[in-house]
Design a protein around this ligand. Structure first.
Ligand SMILES: [Zn+2]
Ligand SMILES: [Zn+2]
Length: 406
């Protein structure tokens, strides 16, 4: 059943990949990417419709049999590419707040689009080898957690055939040609907030007349870390990161306010509920302790947890080991990265399976040097065997789940 990829398909996928890589678009602005995907999928004989703005759904109905979904995310990031690749991006984009930024496929979503189109091509060309329906979900806006929700809100599952399972995959800094897959909870909840701390400004020489929001916000940041170390069971994975902190304009002016962001990740729903509650209690109590009003806490983003269904994951592991070799497919522990993939199967209560495929050459992985990760300006997956592994993993997982052909 396993398939070698024809040379002409591979070279057309390489052209597609270098084009996508050179032309990334920001989250929920993937206009040209969506048009390109629509044209390619229509050309292969798929029924295509837009969903959630720049999302594209492409369906191939091929007789009676299971319905299988496959998701590929499509957005780039505001990163200035510094890979030195000849097909580097020089694209620019505009963030929702109006800021002009460089854009790069720094998370490798261009490999996801390419692999999905490669698998879609094989499925279209080999219709006599399988029976059922495949639904490709080209999802915008993964990086902002907006895209899957936008597709669901746009009636995705009323308009597309409902699959029995949804698959997805992501390139990462592992060894090219290999797959990592996790059974059960695989990627974390992620909740982010913007905290605005209000004090009372004044002269640096007269702190007694002020409420210093910088000192207060510092107490908040330190105190938040004690939630992780003292209030989460040590067996549970959880992390809080404060990665932005802004206040003040001059060294002798105590400002009136300070702002910082919180990113909170965990794998357990009870831990998440407790931390969400305690986070607000700690912020309010610290403010009260300084005589300041309760801070404003604005939601920035919220990613669902990603859970890989055990039965479906076991099936995928078996299939991929058969195709790529036993050693090339590792069962890996959960990561605290986040994804909105889970929102697609979760919306209709069907299982999902999501795996990582490596993008880095052995000489880099084995060098002992730091390997550039997703979101780095240096993140540069090698084309092969990365792309062919992504194509084969997608195709074989789908083929093993649909019905057998005539
Ligand atoms: Zn990313
Ligand atoms: Zn990504």
């Amino acid at each position: 059943m396993t398939v070698d990829l024809p040379d002409d398909l591979l070279s057309s996928l390489h052209d597609l990949y270098t084009h996508l890589h050179a032309h990334p678009e920001l989250s929920m602005q993937e206009q040209e990417t969506a048009v390109l995907i629509e044209e390619r999928m229509r050309g292969l004989g798929y029924d295509v419709f837009r969903c959630g703005g720049t999302g594209v759904v492409a369906t191939l109905a091929n007789g009676d049999g299971p319905v299988v979904g496959f998701r590929a995310d499509t957005d780039g990031l505001p990163v200035a590419e510094d890979t030195g690749l000849e097909y580097s991006s020089t694209a620019r984009g505009t963030l929702p707040d109006g800021t002009d930024v460089p854009v790069m496929h720094a998370c490798g979503h261009d490999t996801h689009i390419t692999a999905a189109i490669g698998a879609a091509t094989l499925l279209a060309e080999r219709r006599d080898a399988w029976a059922g329906t495949v639904v490709f979900l080209f999802q915008p806006g993964e990086e902002t957690a907006a895209g899957a929700a936008a597709m669901v809100a746009d009636g995705l599952w009323d308009r597309a055939p409902r699959p029995e399972v949804v698959y997805g995959q992501h390139v990462w800094p592992g060894l090219t040609g290999t797959i990592d897959i996790t059974t059960g909870p695989a990627m974390s909840f992620s909740d982010s907030f913007l905290v605005t701390v209000r004090g009372r400004g004044g002269h640096g020489s007269r702190p007694e007349d002020t409420i210093d929001p910088v000192l207060l916000a510092c107490h908040m940041v330190v105190r938040l870390q004690s939630l992780i170390s003292r209030e989460v069971p040590p067996q549970q994975a959880a992390v809080i990161t404060v990665a932005t902190f802004h206040a003040g304009l001059k060294e002798n002016i105590i400002p009136a306010s300070a702002q910082f962001t919180i990113n909170m990740r965990n794998l357990d729903a009870d831990v998440r509920d407790k931390l969400l509650r305690r986070l607000r209690e700690v912020l309010d109590a610290e403010a009260a302790g300084s005589g300041a009003p309760a801070p404003d806490v604005a939601d920035l983003s919220s990613f669902p947890r990603l859970v890989n269904d055990p039965d479906e994951t076991g099936r995928v592991v078996g299939v991929l080991r058969g195709v790529l070799g036993k050693d090339a497919v590792r069962e890996a522990p959960a990561v605290l990265g986040s994804e909105d993939f889970g929102a697609l199967p979760d919306a209709i209560g069907v299982p999902g399976v999501y795996w990582f495929f490596g993008g880095m050459p052995a000489e880099l992985v084995d060098s002992g040097e730091p390997v550039p990760t997703n979101h780095s300006p240096h993140f540069a997956p090698v084309m092969e065997p990365t792309l062919s592994t992504g194509v084969r993993a997608a195709y074989e997982a789908i083929m093993a789940r649909v019905g057998t052909g005539s």
